[in-house]
Write a protein that binds this ligand. Structure first.
Ligand code: DP6
Length: 324
């Protein structure tokens, strides 16, 4: 039995979205993306290799799961480490149970670090990001804290995330409005591929997300929430417009999603600086300054239960922790 390692990784929210792969096997994206790693929502994963195991075993929140998907990822670790032994993997998702925000990003970033360490490897963070990417694209970014850019690259070696501002002291805040905690109807993997193959607007998305990325990086440096928020909001809406232009078309929006978008727009018309973004699901994430968060929460509380409103701030990159 190898030594056990436990890693903690936080989820991230993309401000410039990753939506489309150039290579589905290696998970090479069509465009660069940029995210903010969040505190509060994280996954702890413990891995050790055990020569008495006949296959990998995987526990999520203390319940045994089908390990076939995770085994494919572990095969990559075994190949890199020249190891033949199977592993015991235990993950705990520290996302409020009703959140529906459990994310493959924190899961694969934590697994990449814990598994590579247990396999005896000492990966540089760039290589850790590349490994996490193979599990889920967005996981490449959760290796770092704060603002992170995933450089698309053009092959396995050149596609990895880099930190933009790891320990940002910017007093910003992300409020997640949980509308539906159930699994998404169309996974991001399937949704983005359908868009790449069928949306007539896809080339325009690539072009405009390049522009969005360049301008948001500047706005982050300037600490300009108005600009960062506006660019992120528009980028998210362009991504969701792609979905509606795919064939067959689809959308992650629910009626309550639209209600939140309208409320954010109303608050903005009242002079409160807040913006929204959405991923492959109906939940809305609101970007605002920490000072305004109480006021925004109060307005959201008129329509939503307290349990549906989660607040997060910039969080750290993946790290080893000692298991309690
Ligand atoms: C909308 O990283 O979950 O959240 O690489 O297929 O596992 P796979 O997809 P995933 O997609 C995330 C899509 C997104 C935007 C983003 O996080 O950039």
């Amino acid at each position: 039995i190898s030594k056990a390692f436990t890693a903690r990784a936080h989820t991230n929210i993309a401000l410039i979205k990753y939506w489309g792969k150039k290579d589905q096997q290696l998970i090479i994206p069509m465009n660069n993306s940029l995210s903010l790693t969040l505190d509060h929502f994280y996954t702890d994963t413990t891995v050790y290799f055990d020569s008495s195991l006949k296959h990998d075993v995987f526990y999520l929140n203390d319940e045994e799961q089908d390990a076939s998907k995770i085994s494919r990822f572990m095969d990559l670790v075994r190949a890199q480490a020249e190891l033949k032994t199977f592993a015991h993997i235990e993950s705990v998702n520290h996302v409020p149970t009703t959140a529906g925000l459990a994310s493959s990003a924190s899961a694969y970033a934590a697994l990449a670090l814990a598994a590579s360490k247990a396999a005896g490897m000492q990966l540089a963070r760039q290589d850790l990001s590349r490994l996490a990417r193979r599990g889920s694209g967005s996981a490449s970014r959760s290796v770092y804290g704060g603002f992170v850019e995933w450089k698309r690259g053009n092959d396995d070696l050149s596609s990895f995330a880099v930190p933009i501002e790891e320990n940002t002291d910017w007093n910003i805040c992300m409020i997640a409005v949980v509308i539906d905690k159930n699994r998404k109807k169309i996974s991001s993997r399937v949704g983005m591929q359908r868009v790449v193959e069928t949306s007539p607007f896809y080339p325009a998305w690539i072009k405009s997300s390049e522009h969005d990325l360049a301008t948001i990086k500047k706005a982050i440096k300037e600490r300009n929430l108005k600009k960062v928020g506006a660019i992120a909001e528009e980028n998210a809406m362009k991504m969701h417009a792609l979905n509606m232009s795919a064939s067959p078309h689809f959308s992650y929006f629910e009626p309550a999603t639209i209600e939140v978008l309208h409320l954010v727009e109303l608050l903005r018309s009242e002079g409160i600086c807040c913006y929204y973004t959405l991923d492959a699901g109906p939940n809305v994430k609101i970007l605002c300054s920490a000072e305004d968060s109480e006021q925004i929460l109060k307005r959201l509380a008129v329509k939503f239960d307290k349990k549906q409103l989660l607040v997060a701030h910039p969080g750290p990159g993946v790290e080893l922790i000692s298991k309690k």
